[in-house]
Design a protein. Structure first.
Length: 88
């Protein structure tokens, strides 16, 4: 069996398994207040490109904002209460 045949058979087996088991990833797109319309369109385009059938667009929770702040040290993501707590 050639490498090309192996790849083709692997893809076929994976596709059949996903159809039988109905396994598919679910993606949560969390939108910040700083997101633009273009950001949103780009994210939705990626869902189509990657064949993601199930996705949800949701707002950032306060915990998510705090994690973004810790990762980026950018206070723009925080709520007013979180900004006040971060200054203490």
């Amino acid at each position: 069996i050639t490498e090309q045949e192996f790849k083709e058979q692997s893809v076929k087996i994976q596709d059949e398994a996903m159809k039988k088991l109905k396994i598919a990833p679910t993606v949560m797109i969390k939108v910040s207040d700083l997101a633009t319309y273009k950001n949103m369109v780009d994210a939705l385009d990626e869902m189509t490109i990657c064949n993601i059938g199930v996705y949800a667009v949701i707002d950032l929770a306060d915990g998510d904002r705090h994690l973004l702040y810790r990762k980026t040290s950018n206070g723009e993501y925080l709520t007013e209460a979180q900004r006040a707590a971060a200054k203490k």
